[in-house]
Design a protein around this ligand. Structure first.
Ligand code: ADP
Length: 282
């Protein structure tokens, strides 16, 4: 694991234009993330948040710019080298991306696939130690009793906890979360965000979380990166963000509730954050 506070991710001049529709999703984005940070990326729909995360783990190839992860320039690496880097980067999706007809345990064990030979992976061969680790992780996430259930029997919040468990099974240095709570009710959302924060704080795993909900972002993340139209509008602490920043981040957004109620969200979130701090430090 990288030393806490050292640079784990460096993004330099990243731009992405999707060739099929000429959509410019990212425009000269530069960011540095240190090991152990909990960063939330916010912005209206279509701002480029998802594209940014996908360029980091190379699910999407940038048109221009560079991504350096853990000291290695990964912008154009391929094949085995790319697979190795990806073992260090967990990804959590809005729609969970689980194999629904398989058990919770099998889905979690899939997190080890990047570490195994294709042969062992194809046969679903896992060591006893890997199975023990999977149970331990499931236990931490309150899912041990569901280990043998099929994923399609679980609630959305439980499925997302399986997604987190699968990412942890990779033993990653960085976890990317693309709208992890967008499909969940407020209670389940809180459970998921609490788990992510705990993973960040106790295991030192760096987290970058795309969020639609400004109040959750301000409450949980130490640092906010605000994007509008593919450009970074704000990059700083969640404490220092103000109403004008939020208005700028959500400008031109005709549909998004966060923009229409930016002021309400901001005031509410700051109050929540204050209450949260009181509880956290009680
Ligand atoms: P966000 O995550 O903030 O909603 P996205 O990164 O999904 O934003 O999208 C940014 C822009 O890129 C949007 O204009 C979107 O329509 C476009 N886009 C995203 N993914 C694709 C894709 N696979 N093909 C073409 N255009 C895309």
């Amino acid at each position: 694991m990288s030393a806490s506070g050292s640079e784990i991710l460096n993004i330099k001049g990243l731009s992405k234009v999707y060739s099929k529709n000429d959509a410019r999703a990212l425009n000269d984005v530069s960011l540095t993330v240190n090991s152990g940070e909990f960063v939330s990326v916010i912005g209206p729909s279509g701002a480029g948040k998802s594209t940014l995360l996908r360029c980091i783990n190379r699910m999407v190839d940038a048109t221009q710019g560079e991504v350096t992860f853990d000291g290695q320039n990964i912008t154009t690496i391929k094949g085995k080298a790319l697979r190795k880097v990806r073992t260090n980067i967990g990804m959590i999706f809005q729609n969970y991306n689980l194999v629904e007809r398989l058990s919770v345990l099998e889905n979690v064990l899939h997190g080890r696939l990047g570490h195994k030979s294709t042969f062992a992976g194809a046969l679903g061969l896992y060591t006893e130690a890997e199975k023990r680790d999977a149970f331990e992780i499931l236990d931490t996430l309150g899912l041990a009793k569901h280990a043998y259930k099929r994923c399609d029997e679980l609630s959305g919040g439980q499925k997302q906890r399986v997604g987190i468990a699968r990412a942890l099974m990779q033993n990653p240095k960085l976890i990317l979360c693309d709208e992890p709570i967008a499909s969940l009710d407020p209670n389940s959302s809180k459970v998921i965000m609490d788990h992510l924060l705990q993973i960040n704080e106790t295991m030192g795993i760096t987290c970058i979380v795309n969020l639609h909900q400004v109040d959750f972002a301000l409450q949980y993340a130490g640092r906010i990166v605000g994007i509008n139209d593919g450009t970074v509008i704000y990059d700083g602490s969640s404490q220092a963000i103000d109403e004008q920043h939020l208005t700028d981040i959500y400008r031109f957004d005709q549909e998004d509730p966060p923009r229409q109620s930016a002021q309400v969200a901001f005031t509410g979130a700051k109050e929540n954050a204050a209450a949260f701090e009181l509880v956290a430090h009680a």
